[in-house]
Design a binder for this molecule. Structure first.
Ligand code: DAT
Ligand code: MG
Length: 152
């Protein structure tokens, strides 16, 4: 559906490295619609819920410390197949395995500093969007240019 939504975040390393604009540009240029955006420094508790499926992993404490170490840019992007396409655009979890042309393949080297997050399924996207944004922070607006010129 063209109303599909995904949660995309620039992690603290991506913010420190000045890559926010480049990451946003890739989604904009593809034709996806930005419907929510904010910068925040997340609490460890909030991140532990976001990454709840990984809590038994050995890297979990380091992941939470890294993600809480500075501001992130949280976004919701909308459009056809955006959850899966967003993952493709991010690249593999390990940047060394990410193809050139992907965000991680172009801008990152190690898994623990892979600069961006993207929801891995429609169900995760819905859960993550509700975890990071209040309903009134999401903008449900018509975009005639996208409707006419990105979709046929
Ligand atoms: P993704 O972010 O591609 O969805 P994930 O959900 O499996 O990957 O893991 C979440 C984050 O945790 C990932 O972006 C970086 C970190 N991570 C995953 N596997 C790791 C590992 N083996 N060593 C260190 N950090 C890891
Ligand atoms: Mg994940």
């Amino acid at each position: 559906s063209v109303n599909e939504r995904t949660f995309i975040a620039v992690k603290p390393d991506g913010v420190h490295r000045g890559l926010v604009g480049k990451i946003i540009a890739r989604f904009e240029e593809r034709g996806y619609k930005l419907v929510a955006l904010k910068q925040l420094t997340a609490s460890k508790g909030h991140l532990e819920v976001h990454y709840q499926d990984l809590k038994e992993k050995p890297f979990f404490p380091g992941l939470i410390d890294y993600m809480a170490s500075g501001p992130i840019v949280a976004m919701v992007w909308q459009g056809l197949d955006v959850v899966k396409q967003g993952r493709v655009m991010l690249g593999a979890t390990n940047p060394l395995a990410s193809a050139p042309g992907t965000i991680r393949g172009d801008f990152a080297i190690q898994t623990g500093r892979n600069i961006c997050h993207g929801s891995d399924s429609v169900d995760s996207a819905n859960r993550e969007i509700a975890h990071w944004f209040k309903p009134d922070e999401i903008n449900d607006y018509a975009s005639p240019f996208i409707n006419s010129w990105v979709y046929e």
